[in-house]
Every structure is written in C-alpha cells, then in structure tokens.
Design a protein around this ligand. Sequence first.
Ligand SMILES: NC(=O)c1ccc[n+]([C@@H]2O[C@H](COP(=O)([O-])OP(=O)(O)OC[C@H]3O[C@@H](n4cnc5c(N)ncnc54)[C@H](O)[C@@H]3O)[C@@H](O)[C@H]2O)c1
Length: 352
Amino acid sequence: MGRILITGGAGFIGSHISLALLKKGYKIIILDSLVNSSFESIKRIKSENEGIFSNYSNNFEFIRGDLRNATLVNELFKDSSLTKSKQITSVIHCAGLKSIPESIKNPIQYWENNVIGSINLFNAMKVFECRTIVFSSSATIYGINEGSLLNEESFINPCNPYGTTKLVIEKLLHDIYINNNDDWRIANLRYFNPIGAHESGIIGEDPIGNANNIFPILTKVAIGKIPKLMIFGDDWPTKDGTGVRDYIHIMDLADGHVNVLEYLQKNFPQQINLNLGTGKGTSVLELIKKFQNINKVDIPYEFTGRRKGDYGFVVADNSLARNLLNWTPKRNIGDMCKDGWEWQRRNPNGYK
Ligand SMILES: NC(=O)c1ccc[n+]([C@@H]2O[C@H](COP(=O)([O-])OP(=O)(O)OC[C@H]3O[C@@H](n4cnc5c(N)ncnc54)[C@H](O)[C@@H]3O)[C@@H](O)[C@H]2O)c1
C-alpha cells in the first residue's frame, strides 16, 4: 500500500491529519523542520506519551528536515523507493510559513520557504514517480467578496505575500498537471478557519512565538496567559460589526483530507480546487460568547481599529467538496470551542 508523506506533519493541521490517517490504517512519514512546531507533537501522535491513542509506531516515521534542502528531500524519496512497503505513494503538503503580518514584513522569507520548498518537493515527486498530492492552500487567495459565499470560481486576488505564495504554488501545480495530465492527481484544498483540537485534548494548536490567528489567542486569554483579546474593527458591514469567518473543526478538516486522498486514488488523474469550510459564518463576538458560555470562562476583550488587508466576511460555499468527497463537517462551533479549550486546559503551556 506504500506510505503517505505529510510535510509539516508536526504542525497544527498536519498533526491532526496524521492522526486521522493512522486511525484509518494508513502508513505515514512526516517531514518537518519544526520551525513552527515541536517534537512533542510527534511523540503524542505516535502515542509514546499518554496512551490515549493506540500505538502507531509501526506505521509511522518522522524525519526532521527542511523542504528547502533539495538533497534531503531527494534522499527521502530515494530511500523510501528501495522497499515496496515504504514507497511514498502520495503527499499531503502542509509545510509552510503561515503568518500574514510576518509575510508582509518579510516577503522573501515567505517566497523562499513556501515556494522553493514546494519546488523541491514536486521535483522529487516527479523523479520518484509519486503523482498524487493534496496541497494546503488557503481562502486567503480570494479577493474581496463582501457578504456572499466564496466558491472555487470566485475572484482570486491575494492581498498579502503569504496568500501570493499559496496562489503561485497552485499555479505551479496546474502547470505540472497540464504538462502530464494523464498522470497527476492534484487537489488544492482552500482552507477557511480551522480551529479547535482533537477531542482527546492531547494534540492541538501551539505555534512557536506569538499566534496571529484568533483562536489560539482566545484560548490563551481564557487560561490567563494573555490579558485580553483585541478585536480588529467594530464597523464591518456584518450583523454586529465584527468580522465574520467560517470556522471549521480541525478534525472535520482532517477527515476531509482522508476523503480527498481516497477520492483522488479512486478517480482518473485530475486537478481540483476545493473549499474546506462549513458554509456558516460566525462573528468574532459570537465566537467569544459561545466560548464563554460553553466553557464557563471569562474572555476580556477590547476593540481596536481594522487591520490592513482584513476582510469583513469570509465564508465558504462548500458544496463542491460536499458533493465530490461525500464529506460533511459534523462538528459545530460549540464543539470547536469545547475541544479547543480542553486542549488548552490540559496543556496550559502547550507542548512545552
Ligand atoms: N491554520 C490555518 O488557519 C490555515 C488556513 C489556511 C491554510 N493553512 C495552511 O495549512 C498548512 C498548515 O498550517 P498549520 O496551521 O498547521 O501551520 P503550522 O505552522 O502549525 O504547521 C506548518 C508546519 O510546517 C513546518 N514547516 C514550515 N516550513 C517548513 C519547511 N521549509 N520544511 C519543513 N517543514 C516546514 C512547520 O514547522 C510546521 O510544523 C500551512 O501551509 C498553512 O499555510 C493554514
């Protein structure tokens, strides 16, 4: 059956995908530089720690390494190709830097890491005849679309270097596909706002340094590590003036990856773009209220001005993913708040 390579598998999304795949009996290999994650998440996926998950050691390998190192990436594919059961038959490409403000400050770092890393990966896939890839793209590639749902045909116009790197990688994959369209199976998954944690509270989101997205900040306010949550803008054209986002439970997102891999394997070579979101919008104030009510904790917050490059309303039309993948997000915003809090409560210092 071979193995699935998960780049960035120690990170927030990759760790949850890894667990979902292991649970379904897949063999995986994770490549991660740990630039924004820690080895502890690897130990927990493998279940060396708390014994809550089954022990997956036999189906699991971890390589610490950077995708920018082309020699390392080639060696990894080469070594894997020597034994049939270890061959890399598909890739889930999560590795990348993901902070919008950081990318505005240092665009070259983002292009170098995200784009050069991807080129090395696709090159090794070409050489070692691995032709199935699921790419972690982002709703950030869409342009402004206030008030209406975004579908895969919506206007594309990323407004920051991070989003541009995602679009460029999608375009590169398109060129690769066009060049050899009877061979490649490619899915660009455009994530909306994955939040929460695995129901067990054993793995979750723990970025290195300061988080830039709302949910890990919210849980850190709840646990008392950050004094208050800053809300960027109270004058958006939305129901309560705060930004509306499409939050999706991380395990629903992870399940979507299992479904898309199985879809690609069963179907003819193709390239598809799919939105992974719930199709439901939640405002910042609604998210805070839900988190407080479900978890019985207080979230102090304060309004500040809008952030440059932010939008008021970013919600998915997810009908294509639902229809094609036979996938439905099962967990609601209350589950996301409950599971995210369980992770933070059990791990006040994250993985440290
Ligand atoms: N979290 C979100 O809200 C969101 C939304 C849309 C898209 N995405 C994309 O999904 C992917 C995963 O996001 P995440 O939230 O899990 O982020 P994350 O930072 O938690 O995980 C990314 C992982 O990639 C690793 N990495 C980065 N550059 C690398 C390199 N050159 N070589 C090897 N490993 C490298 C990091 O160490 C980290 O473990 C990213 O590509 C991100 O852009 C995330």
